[in-house]
Write a protein that binds this ligand. Structure first.
Ligand code: AGP
Length: 612
C-alpha cells in the first residue's frame, strides 16, 4: 500500500532512505517524501508528487545531511496525490514528523478535537492527525507520546515517528500494516518489507500487531502497546538476495517474472514430489494433526484479485481429484458475511504479499470460528504466513512487478500439489497421484515452448492495440484463467476494458456487446468442454466478433473459426491453466508496452493492499 523507510546510525541517512524507497516503490508510487534530522537537530523535509526519481531530483538541490531520518512512498487513500498530502506529515511546529501506512478510521473526530485545541491542519490526510496527536501528547518523551496517541487511534497502521525534541531515536509501531527492523552494526534500519533492507543487513525483526519499537543507532527496544511490557523479539535471517530484486537483463520486472515462470514451477515443486509413490510432501503442513486434516470435509479458499482466480482453479482441482467440496470467496466479502464454519472446515488463504488486509481479516475471522486455517503465501515471514495454523510457501521469489504473474503460476502449482497431498489421504490411487505429479514435472519445459514464441504474442498485441474492449471466455479450469487474463489486461494496459466470463454465460447477456469492435479471447484447449467452447465461438462469429483462440497444438480445425490462434502444448486438463495463463500474461504486457504505459507500476495500483 505505502512504503515506509527509516534509518538511524553512523552514516548519512539519505542514501539508505532513497534506496529503500526505490525498492518499496512498487507498494505505492503517487508521491514521496523524506525528512532528515541534521547535526544541528533541525528536521529538514522534502516531498514530491510522482516517482522516487522526482523526489531525488528535488533533493539534489538542497542540503539533507544527517544521520537519522524517515521516508515514505504513498498510495493515496485519503486525499489526492499532491505534495501537501505526501508523507511525512508534521505537527504545528514542524518538530515531529510521521510516516504512515494504513487507515486511521477515527481520524475525523480526532482532527475535530485537535482543531478545537488550536492545531492547524494543512492536508486532507488521516496521517496528519497522528503528528498533531503525538504533539498534543508530548511531555518530553517521544515514545510515551506515541504510545498514548496509539491508544486514541482506531484502524490499521505502521508508523515511523521522528522528533527534534528526542532526537536520538526513531519510534515505530505496527497494527495490521507490515513493518520490519533491520539490525546493523552502529546503525539500524526500518522498512515496510525486508526487500528494502537487502544489502544492508541480514538480521531482521518482524514487528507484530500492537508492538512499538524505540530504535537508536546502537540498540532497539520493543514493547507491547497494550501492556507496555518489554517484548523479546527473535532476530530472523533475511533470505532474499540482491539479485532477486534486480531485473535479470530484462527491461521490466514484469517480463522478468513472466519468463521466470518455468523456474518458478521448479522451485515451487522442489523437494515436494515423491514420484514412485505418487505422493506429495508439504513440510509446512506436517505440524498439523494429520487426523484432523483427514477429517476436513469442506474447504473455503479466501483471496483477492489474481490470487482469488488461482483459488478458483484450485477449487476444480481439489473437487475433481481429492473429492472435497470447495468454495472460493472474495476476502473483502467473506469478512463481512456470516460464514458457516466448524472444526472440519479448512480455510485456505492465498496471498503473494501475505499482507493483504481483507485476506488477513478473513482468516482471523475464520480462526475465531474454529476453522483450520492454512496459507499459501509467497512472502516469507509475512503477517498472513504467521497468522495461519500452517502453510505452504510458494518459493516463487520476490515479485516486484505490481501485476502478479509468477506468483499466480506458483499458486496454481501449489494448489495442484495440495490436491495430490489431500487426495492421496483419501480416494486418489498411487497411479493417479503419479500421473499428476509426473505431468506437473513436465510443465517447465512446456512453458518454455510458449515463451519461446513470445514474438507471436507481441504481434497480436500490435494487431489489436486499437481495440478498447475485450472479452475473455473459458470453461471449467480455464474460466478462472479468463478472469485472470481480463484482470491482467485491465491492470497493465489500463486504457482498455476487459471482462472475463464463463463461456456458457456469454449467451445470458454479454453477447449483446459483440460486434467487430469487441474481440474475444477463447481459452479452448482440447479438453472435456472443448465442444462447448466451439459452440460459444460460433455464436460470437455469427455476430461479427473477432476471435483469438488459445488451444492445444495440432488442433488445426479451430483456424476455420478463429481470426488468430495461440497454440499451447498438450497436458492434463487440470494443468492447462498453467499453460494458458502464459500467453495472456504476455499479451497484457506487450499491450501495455504498445500503449506506452508503465507496465511495472501501473497507475492507481499498489502491490500489497494493506488497507480495506
Ligand atoms: C495482481 O495482479 C493484483 N495486483 C492484485 O489483484 C493482487 O493479486 C491482490 O491484491 C492480492 O494480493 P496478494 O496476493 O498479495 O494477497
Amino acid at each position: 500500500m505505502c512504503g515506509i523507510a527509516g534509518y538511524i546510525g553512523k552514516k548519512d541517512a539519505k542514501n539508505f532512505l532513497l534506496n529503500a524507497l526505490k525498492k518499496l516503490e512498487y507498494r505505492g508510487y503517487d508521491s514521496a517524501g523524506i525528512v532528515i534530522l541534521s547535526e544541528k537537530k533541525d528536521l529538514n523535509c522534502a516531498k514530491s508528487v510522482g516517482k522516487i526519481k522526482d523526489l531525488e531530483k528535488k533533493i539534489s538541490k538542497i542540503d539533507l545531511s544527517g544521520k537519522s531520518g524517515i521516508a515514505h512512498t504513498r498510495w493515496a487513500t485519503h486525499g489526492s496525490p499532491t505534495e501537501i498530502n505526501a508523507h511525512p506529515h508534521h505537527d504545528c511546529q514542524k518538530e515531529i514528523f510521521v510516516a504512515h501506512n494504513g487507515i486511521i478510521e477515527n481520524y475525523k473526530s480526532l482532527r475535530a478535537d485537535l482543531e478545537k485545541l488550536g492545531h492547524k491542519f494543512i492536508s486532507e490526510t488521516d496521517t496528519e492527525v497522528i503528528s498533531h496527536l503525538v504533539e498534543s501528547n508530548f511531555k518530553g518523551n517521544i515514545e510515551e507520546a506515541v504510545l498514548n496517541s496509539l491508544k486514541q487511534m482506531k484502524g490499521a497502521y505502521a508508523i515511523a515517528v521522528i522528533s527534534k525534541h528526542d532526537p536520538d531515536k526513531i519510534v515505530v509501531a505496527k497494527k495490521s500494516s507490515p513493518l520490519v527492523i533491520g539490525v546493523g552494526v552502529g546503525e539500524n534500519f526500518i522498512a515496510s518489507d525486508a526487500s528494502a533492507i537487502i544489502g544492508y543487513t541480514d538480521k531482521i525483526i518482524y514487528l507484530d500487531d500492537d508492538e512499538l519499537g524505540i530504535i537508536t543507532s546502537n540498540n532497539y527496544k520493543i514493547i507491547s502497546t497494550i501492556s507496555e511490557n518489554n517484548i523479546e523479539k527473535k532476530q530472523c535471517k533475511l533470505e532474499l538476495e540482491e539479485y532477486e530484486i534486480q531485473k535479470g537483463g530484462h527491461k521490466y520486472f514484469l517480463f522478468k517474472e513472466i519468463f521466470e515462470g518455468p523456474e518458478v514451477v521448479k522451485n515451487s515443486v522442489r523437494g515436494r514430489i515423491v514420484s514412485e509413490a505418487g505422493l506429495v510432501k508439504l513440510g509446512g503442513l506436517e505440524v498439523l494433526d494429520q487426523q484432523r486434516l483427514r477429517k476436513i470435509n469442506r474447504i473455503i479458499i479466501i483471496a483477492c484479485g489474481t490470487a482469488n482466480y488461482a483459488g478458483k482453479v484450485g477449487e476444480y482441482m481439489i473437487e475433481e481429484y481429492a473429492g472435497i467440496p470447495v468454495e472460493v470467496e472474495i476476502a473483502s466479502e467473506f469478512r463481512y458475511r456470516k460464514p458457516i464454519i466448524d472444526s472440519q472446515t479448512a480455510v485456505i488463504a492465498i496471498s503473494q504479499s501475505g499482507e493483504t488486509a481483507d485476506t488477513l481479516a478473513s482468516i482471523q475471522e475464520a480462526k475465531r470460528k474454529g476453522a483450520l486455517v492454512l496459507g499459501i503465501v509467497n512472502t516469507v515471514g509475512s503477517t498472513i504466513a504467521r497468522e495461519t495454523d500452517a502453510g505452504i510457501y510458494n518459493h516463487a521469489g520476490s515479485e516486484i512487478s505490481v501485476a502478479s504473474t509468477k506468483a499466480f503460476i506458483s499458486q496454481i502449482i501449489v494448489l495442484a500439489l495440495l490436491t495430490v497431498y489431500l487426495g492421496r489421504t483419501r480416494e486418489m490411487s498411487l497411479v493417479t497421484g503419479k500421473r499428476l505429479t509426473d505431468e506437473i514435472k513436465k510443465l517447465p519445459k512446456l512453458m518454455k515452448k510458449i515463451l519461446n514464441s513470445c514474438s507471436e504474442i507481441e504481434k497480436l498485441a500490435k494487431k489489436y492495440s486499437a481495440y478498447r474492449n475485450f472479452f475473455f471466455l473459458g470453461r471449467k479450469y480455464n474460466y478462472p484463467i479468463a478472469c485472470e487474463g481480463a484482470l491482467k489486461l485491465k491492470e497493465i494496459a489500463n486504457t482498455i476494458h476487459a471482462e472475463g466470463y464463463a463461456g456458457g454465460e456469454m449467451k445470458h447477456g454479454p453477447i449483446a456487446m459483440i460486434d467487430e469492435n469487441f474481440p474475444c479471447f477463447f481459452i479452448a484447449p482440447r479438453d472435456s468442454v472443448y465442444e462447448k467452447m466451439w459452440s460459444n465461438m460460433e455464436e460470437v462469429k455469427a455476430r461479427g466478433g473477432q476471435i483469438i483462440a488459445i488451444t492445444t497444438e495440432g488442433n488445426k480445425e479451430i483456424e476455420n473459426l478463429a481470426d488468430d490462434v495461440i497454440y499451447i502444448p498438450k497436458t492434463l486438463e487440470m494443468l492447462t491453466p498453467i499453460l494458458t495463463a502464459v500467453p495472456l500474461h504476455l499479451f497484457a504486457a506487450y499491450m501495455g508496452i504498445e500503449l506506452g504505459l508503465d507496465i511495472d507500476q501501473p497507475r492507481n495500483l499498489a502491490k500489497s493492499v494493506t488497507v480495506e
